[in-house]
Design a protein around this ligand. Structure first.
Ligand code: HEC
Ligand code: HEC
Length: 203
């Protein structure tokens, strides 16, 4: 009996945890309202921005969006644009609000990449196979065969070219801190960056 009671108690705890993490209709409405009134001013309708200063967020992975918003909030993503634009934004979001906007944006239709540029074929080879001589691993291993991302590995397909290029350069020079992406970019040439971006991006 004692055992049954403790199992029942444990199940109760699990159920409470599930309920606490599930987004209520009110949370979803608050997230849609926040994206439309605040985020859209820079990131565009549904996160599909028109300027390369502001990354596209439509169809981005929810776990990646969550991790970046928490990094802005804790100031561990501290490149100049992160500081200038996103520290103040993220300071206003609690964990619940972050989960809400992340799932709202992840559910928006992603922008398709615009392949076929002059360096696109060269970029596709780097993306799928890496460049052993320059210690560049295949990007597809983490970012997916179609650049769609996976969990905390961001979607890259359809992102603005100039934004992607700047992030690669910032990882390489340690302006944006990330051990994995620094190791991947530290020996990349400008041409390799340009090629892989031209394969993935949509202006
Ligand atoms: C005043 C303009 C502005 C507003 C408003 C704004 N952002 Fe941003 N956001 C930016 C800029 C600029 C960047 C790129 C930062 C960088 O280059 O490091 C960015 C980056 C991001 C990123 C990282 C994306 C990536 O691919 O790494 C996320 C996530 C994000 N913003 C979410 C939001 C959310 C959610 C809101 C609304 C609560 C919001 N932003 C409102 C300007 C803005
Ligand atoms: C071992 C896994 C791994 C491999 C391989 C990898 N990446 Fe990444 N990449 C990551 C992670 C993790 C992040 C998120 C970093 C962070 O949290 O700031 C990231 C972030 C990025 C970003 C930033 C996207 C944004 O929205 O700000 C770009 C651009 C990028 N990677 C390009 C590439 C390219 C191009 C390659 C191949 C040359 C590559 N990555 C290979 C793990 C990987």
């Amino acid at each position: 009996m004692r055992n049954l009671l403790s199992i029942a108690a444990a199940l109760g705890v699990c159920l409470a945890a599930t309920l606490a993490s599930a987004a209520t209709p009110a949370d979803q409405a608050a997230a849609a309202d926040r994206v439309t009134k605040v985020c859209q001013n820079c990131h565009g309708p549904n996160g599909n921005s028109t300027s390369a200063t502001f990354p596209r967020l439509n169809g981005q992975q929810a776990d990646y969006l969550t991790s970046q918003l928490k990094k802005f909030r804790s100031h561990s993503r501290d490149d100049p644009h992160a500081m200038a634009y996103m520290w103040g934004m993220a300071a206003q979001l609690d964990d619940n609000a972050i989960a809400g906007v992340a799932s709202y944006l992840a559910a928006q239709k992603p922008t398709a990449p615009q392949t076929g540029g002059t360096l696109s074929a060269e970029g596709e080879k780097i993306y799928m196979e890496g460049v052993e001589a320059d210690h560049v691993p295949p990007c597809a291993a983490c970012h997916g065969d179609n650049g769609e991302g996976n969990g905390e590995f961001p979607r890259l397909a359809g992102q603005h070219a100039d934004y992607l290029k700047k992030q690669m350069e910032d990882f390489r020079s340690l302006v944006r801190t990330n051990d994995i992406m620094h190791a991947n970019t530290k020996d990349m040439t400008d041409r390799e960056i340009e090629a892989v971006v031209s394969f993935l991006a949509n202006e």
